[in-house]
Design a binder for this molecule. Structure first.
Ligand code: IMP
Ligand code: MG
Length: 179
């Protein structure tokens, strides 16, 4: 079983559920007067479980969409990302909530925010299940954070190691001998 590959469970199912309730209430509050067509944008694939849990706790009128990106490897330019799957919705003049699994170096969300503003978004906020501030390389931060984690590699609840472990219902740390 994949759970046997974990050294420890860091964040339990119940903690994640509870935190999504709190984030949902906060988003409800902060976007109560929003009239710019609130769109939650999940970044595939890591955000899928978090997106599903979070949007159930938001009572506002929202739409959801997904995009997939990858960073250009082999270039020294920080922040160049390639769109693998683009949004279906037009985002012109809309308010977006980017839903991410983790903010690590920050390169992905910084590049994505720039890209979405360039495509005409009115406002882009970021909600991330996890934040690993000790690894940041660019000056960016999520507006809403589920949990802060130490500088260790985490898997589960959407987060993968070589595409594996995304289906674990909690967040844990892999045994060292596995990577
Ligand atoms: P960035 O470094 O902030 O651009 O993060 C890019 C991506 O790296 C995240 O969306 C995750 O998919 C992945 N990532 C970063 N840290 C971890 C981790 O500890 N476990 C699994 N994936 C991670
Ligand atoms: Mg990711």
């Amino acid at each position: 079983m994949i759970k046997d590959d974990l050294k420890k469970i860091l964040i339990s199912e119940e903690q994640i559920r509870q935190r999504c309730f709190e984030l949902g209430r906060q988003l409800d509050h902060d976007y109560a007067d929003n009239h710019n067509g609130l769109l939650f944008v999940g970044i595939l694939k890591g955000s899928v479980p978090f997106m599903a849990e979070l949007i159930k706790r938001v009572t506002l009128d929202i739409e959801i969409d997904f995009m997939a990106v990858s960073s250009y490897s082999g270039t020294e330019t920080l922040g160049d990302i390639k769109i693998i799957k683009d949004l279906e919705h037009s985002i012109q003049g809309r308010d977006l909530v980017l839903v991410e699994d983790i903010v690590d170096t920050g390169i992905t969300i910084k590049a994505l925010k720039t890209l979405l503003y360039n495509k005409g978004a009115h406002d882009v906020k970021v909600v991330s299940l996890l934040d690993k501030p000790s690894r940041r390389q660019v000056d960016v931060k999520a507006d809403y954070i589920g949990f802060e984690v130490e500088n260790e590699f985490v898997v589960g609840f959407g987060l993968d190691y070589n595409q594996k472990y995304r289906n674990l219902p909690y967040v844990g740390v892999l045994k060292e001998e596995l990577y």
